[in-house]
Design a protein around this ligand. Structure first.
Ligand code: CP
Length: 359
């Protein structure tokens, strides 16, 4: 039964598919692509998958999933392959440049450089072989406007003739967001209002892209939590995104705030979600960003910081650099829920594939 059909595309900012493709492709490019009803159904389905390992088994037999990774992955790749296998779907995983052709992205490119295949042909062909595509792209890290528009994953969705699932793009990681929402639902119950969620910037040797912090903010806001983004002033999140998250939280009975005082932010927190990001400064002033990042090495999540919380769950999407982002003492403590969080990727993506295929 297709439990998601009633409100299909009720919130659908994804690009319209080309005119020669079916009008009802269930692209999943960001968590906004789900209506409220679908969002709730998906997070509950993910919890149900975790507690019933036979749920949905074999229901996608005869179906095929193509996975394309233009950036490395441990969790997303393994959990998508596992979810497809559980549902009975066949899957193929490609890594362009490593066993399949490097891709050209530019419209109108004269392809006399290194890339022998254009994304139009690659995704067009894969659309003929598969019933859905999961694609991980990358952030340019140079063109802020293009990354904020999520140009690459939207290009994929425009040239595909089957549903596209964003496996992490420049600006969004909906699989991570849905998994995190499911974990929070299981941990705290259906009503997440009044739960304090702190998204804390953390140090890192490199400026990391924005997909996970953007998505963690939106996810917690959409769940109606009281969200505080703790970050140095140099690493504020995109103001439009903050405003959008505020609207989402308002609609769900939650709130959104930002502060540069990390310790005070975590007081009485129920969740501390650590993540490093480069922020707008990495686009406009990379040297300044690097200096600011180095100046805030003391933002590492410590046991002392966690002691200020209300016995909070510690979350991180992984991979995580121990004793840079977060101390061993936190990752190896009862606070740590990052492995449950990673496990939820499998359950959430089973639910996601069921949604995409209308199972
Ligand atoms: N969290 C996450 O997406 O992990 P991978 O990069 O290993 O897929």
């Amino acid at each position: 039964m297709d439990v998601y059909n009633a409100d299909l595309n009720a919130h659908s900012p994804s690009p319209s598919p080309p005119s020669d493709t079916p009008p009802d492709l269930r692209h999943v490019l960001q968590i906004d692509d789900f209506s409220d009803a679908t969002w709730d159904a998906l997070r509950h389905a993910a919890v149900a998958h975790r507690h019933d390992e036979t749920r949905g088994a074999g229901t996608a037999a005869g179906t095929s999933l193509g996975l394309v990774f233009l950036n490395p992955s441990l969790r997303t790749r393994t959990s998508m392959e596992g979810a497809a296998t559980h549902l009975g779907a066949h899957h193929t995983t490609l890594v362009p440049g490593d066993g399949s052709w490097d891709l050209e992205w530019e419209e109108g490119a004269v392809m006399d450089g290194n890339a022998p295949e254009h994304v139009k042909e690659a995704i067009g062909v894969l659309s003929r072989y598969h019933d859905a595509l999961g694609v991980r792209v990358f952030a340019s890290g140079i063109d802020y406007a293009a990354d904020a528009r999520d140009t690459l994953i939207r290009t994929i969705a425009e040239v595909a003739s089957v549903p596209v699932v964003n496996l992490e793009s420049a600006w969004a990681h909906p699989c991570q967001g849905l998994s995190d929402a499911a974990l929070l639902t299981e941990r705290f119950g259906d009503d997440l209002t009044d739960k304090k969620f702190v998204l804390s910037w953390a140090p890192h040797p490199k400026p990391l892209p924005m997909a996970v912090p953007n998505t963690a903010l939106r996810t917690a806001a959409r769940c109606g939590m009281d969200v505080t983004v703790a970050r140095p002033n140099s690493h504020a999140l995109d103001p439009d995104l903050m405003a959008e998250a505020q609207s989402m939280a308002d609609a769900q009975g939650g709130s959104v705030a930002a502060t540069s005082h990390q310790a005070a932010a975590v007081d009485d927190a129920d969740v501390v979600y650590a993540k490093s990001w480069g922020g707008p400064l990495m686009y406009t002033d990379p040297e300044g960003e690097s200096e600011a990042r180095a100046a805030h090495a003391d933002w590492c999540i410590t046991e002392a910081l966690m002691a200020r919380t209300d016995d909070a769950a510690f979350l991180h999407c992984l991979p995580v650099r121990r004793n840079v982002v977060v101390d061993d003492a936190v990752l190896d403590s009862p606070h740590a829920a990052h492995l449950d969080q990673a496990e939820y990727r499998l359950h959430a993506q089973k639910a996601l594939l069921e949604y995409v295929w209308g199972l």
